[in-house]
Structure formats: structure tokens, C-alpha cells
Design a protein around this ligand. Structure first.
Ligand SMILES: *Cc1c(COP(=O)(O)O)cnc(C)c1O
Length: 387
């Protein structure tokens, strides 16, 4: 009997692979940076845990011993709290000040990269009679969010951060920055690292000592042990994908993909040479072929840009997608797999997604994030399916 969740298209999420990656990254960090104290691990679970399902991934990371989780917005933090997450949660995005009450009620640590917003949050916390934990964001070169730290502009930033830290109702616990090019530009990454270290030193001289200093996303964790500081923030690597294919070639640490996207075969027909397939008639059969229809399309998150490019697997054998990927379906040439029948499960993707991402003109992160809500996430743990 087919599980109801697996009647159409579904994503298999392997929590054992997540545990493997968690331990592999922990071991790699301890071995490569040889820190005096253990490096804390913040698990990145924004965007529904990169499409893997935030409640289940958050609970598993908490159980594994993650020190902290991070999300993009308050709603994601609330979802995690309601799923039983009790470890600290850092909200990376700007929360509207009107929602400060919820930050306090759900015990969410808020990123602050602007003094005016800090003042408004301080006032809200004081009014509520509570203290809001914050991490201070520095813009060392990403050009996106945070107090700007550049050569020549340090003094003003120090004054702003001092003023922020002196506000009542706020408890500053961290200072961090984000790299713009940790997967491609060594010099720029080192420049950003120097700026963060300088900021830390200058602020410490000014009497500001924080519990956590952090900057390393996956590419930095793998490429630059000096970025580990006392906390790391891996995202895509925890889900089993190398941000930089070279890391895989170097072979350490070994990661296992957590998600496999699958779909049912809903029809198999033999079609004559010359048959045109799909919208726009972009594929024409060059010989008589067996054509299967799979119940997955771009409304499930399968990029339409993979039309006539992706190969899915049936019974382990690669089968090319023929014609344009439709909203809810796509077609595959299964001539090479004569045993294919209605009800078979096709592997749309699993394993290394870097090549598929390249075919789709995107990155692995987008492939996993874009799997839509219509696709049930089915979890496996200790080798078996869980509810
Ligand atoms: C998303 C994100 C990360 C994780 O990035 P990966 O490349 O997926 O490891 C780390 N830090 C910040 C601020 C992020 O937004």
C-alpha cells in the first residue's frame, strides 16, 4: 500500500543524513580550527529549513545538541517555538517594531544593525517590563544590513554600538557579520574577517564584551577555519550540499544529502516516431518510445528551466525529461526501463544537486528551498519512516 503522502510528489527527508552532517561538521570544525573551547553551532533553519521542514529539522538539531537556531523572520521563530524548540533562536531579518512584544513573548533573539531600530526595540522592551536579547550585525562588506564598518568610518560606528549597548531593556549577546563571497574570493573574505576582528577589538577596548562572535556560513566553515571564532552558522552544508564543489573534491568533511525529491508515474504509453510532446511541442520523438507521465511540475518547485535537460531515475536508470515541464506534471522517456509501470516512484533528484542547479541556472540552495508546500515532506529516521 502506498502511503497517502506519497501518492503524487513528495520529498524524503533523511534525518540520519542530517545527524551525519551535523557530526561531520562538528568534527571538522574541532579538528581544523583547534580552538581552546568548543565552537558553538548555530543551525540555519530559515526558509522552512531550506525546504526540509523547519519543525522536524529544528527538533532534530536541538536533540543533536545545536546551541542555537536562526531564522529569517519572526513567524519562522514562532513556528519553531510552537514545535517545542527551547534553545535560543536568532531572527536575522528586521522585525517590525510593532511586533517587539512577540519577540519577547516567544523569547527570540533579534538582530539589530541600526541604532534607531535599537532605540524603538529598547522602548518596547522597557514598556513590557522585559529584556530583549540581541545580536549586533556589522556590515563589513556585504552591503546589505548592519552597522557599517569600513576603513575611516569606524569611530562613528563604535559610538553607535556603544549607544545601542547602553540602552535599557536590551541585552547584547553577540556580534556578527556575513560574507559576500566566501565561496569565491579569498581576498575579499579576508578583508571582511579583518574588519570583524578589528571591530571586536575596538569594541572590547570600549568595554563591550559579548558572548558570541560569528561570521562563518557553510563556505567559510569549509574553506577558512580562521572564520570559526566561537560560533559557526552552517546552512546548506548541514543539508548535505557543498557550497563550493571543490570542497567535495578535497573530500572533507563527507556530507550526505538530506532531501530526495520523488514523484509517481501516472501513465506509461508507447508513442510512435515523430510524436510531439508537451506545451510548445519542444520535443519530438526520434523513434518509437515509452513515455511516462510523472506527477510533479513547476508548481511543486521543479524548475521549468530544467525542461528537456533534467534526467530523472526510474529503477535506478536515468531517463531524460521530454518537453516542457508543466505546472503539475512532466514527461520522461522510459524506453530504457521497460519494467516501468504506473505507480512506480521516480527519483526526480537526490544526491549531488550542483550539476542540476547549474542546468537550471541556479544554486543548490534555491533547488531545495523552492520545493513548494504542496509536496509532503516524509521523514526517515533510524532507517524507517516516521510520522
Ligand atoms: C543563510 C545564512 C547563512 C547560511 O548560509 P549557507 O551558505 O547556507 O551556509 C549564514 N548566515 C547568514 C546571515 C545567513 O543569512
Amino acid at each position: 500500500m502506498i502511503d497517502k503522502r506519497e501518492s503524487r510528489a513528495w520529498a524524503e527527508i533523511d534525518l540520519d543524513a542530517l545527524a551525519h552532517n551535523y557530526h561531520a561538521l562538528r568534527d571538522w570544525i574541532q579538528a581544523s580550527s583547534a580552538p581552546e573551547a568548543p565552537v558553538a553551532l548555530l543551525g540555519m533553519v530559515k526558509a522552512n529549513a531550506y525546504g526540509h521542514g523547519a519543525p522536524a529539522i529544528g527538533r532534530k538539531l536541538q536533540e543533536l545538541g545545536a546551541d542555537m537556531l536562526a531564522v529569517a523572520c519572526l513567524a519562522e521563530a514562532v513556528e519553531l517555538r510552537e514545535a517545542g524548540i527551547t534553545i535560543p533562536i536568532l531572527c536575522l531579518g528586521q522585525t517590525p517594531v510593532e511586533q517587539a512584544e512577540d519577540l519577547l513573548a516567544y523569547d527570540v533573539t533579534q538582530t539589530v544593525g541600526d541604532l534607531e531600530i535599537g532605540r524603538a526595540l529598547s522602548a518596547a522592551a522597557v514598556a513590557a517590563g522585559k529584556e530583549l536579547a540581541i545580536h549586533i550585525k556589522l556590515d563589513t562588506g556585504m552591503g546589505r544590513l548592519g552597522f557599517i564598518w569600513r576603513e575611516g568610518s569606524q569611530a562613528g560606528t563604535v559610538e553607535q554600538v556603544r549607544a545601542l549597548c547602553a540602552l535599557p531593556g536590551l541585552r547584547a549577546e553577540g556580534l556578527f557579520t556575513h560574507f559576500a563571497a566566501a565561496d569565491e574570493d579569498v581576498d575579499y573574505t579576508e578583508l571582511q574577517g579583518r574588519r570583524l576582528r578589528e571591530a571586536r577589538a575596538v569594541l572590547e577596548e570600549a568595554g563591550i564584551h559579548l558572548k558570541h562572535y560569528h561570521c562563518a556560513s557553510s563556505a567559510a566553515v569549509l574553506n577558512y577555519p580562521w572564520t570559526h571564532m566561537d560560533m559557526v552558522r552552517p546552512g546548506i552544508a548541514m543539508y548535505g550540499h557543498y557550497p563550493d564543489p571543490a570542497s567535495e573534491i578535497r573530500g572533507e568533511p563527507s556530507l550526505r544529502p538530506v532531501m530526495a525529491l520523488k514523484a509517481r508515474v501516472t501513465s506509461v504509453r508507447t508513442m510512435p516516431i515523430g510524436t510531439k510532446l508537451g506545451y510548445g511541442c519542444t520535443a519530438t520523438l526520434k523513434k518509437e518510445s515509452r513515455v511516462a507521465v510523472l506527477s510533479i511540475g513547476y508548481a511543486d518547485g521543479l524548475p521549468r528551466s530544467l525542461s528537456n535537460k533534467l534526467e530523472v531515475k526510474l529503477h535506478g536508470i536515468p531517463c531524460p525529461i521530454l518537453g516542457r515541464i508543466c505546472m503539475d506534471m512532466c514527461m520522461a522517456d522510459v524506453t530504457a526501463v521497460p519494467q516501468t509501470k504506473v505507480g512506480d516512484a521516480a527519483v526526480v533528484y537526490d544526491g549531488d544537486l550542483n550539476r542540476i542547479a547549474e542546468l537550471a541556472g541556479t544554486i543548490t540552495d534555491e533547488l531545495v528551498c523552492r520545493v513548494t508546500a504542496r509536496v509532503p515532506r516524509v521523514y526517515r529516521e533510524n532507517g524507517t519512516r516516521i510520522g
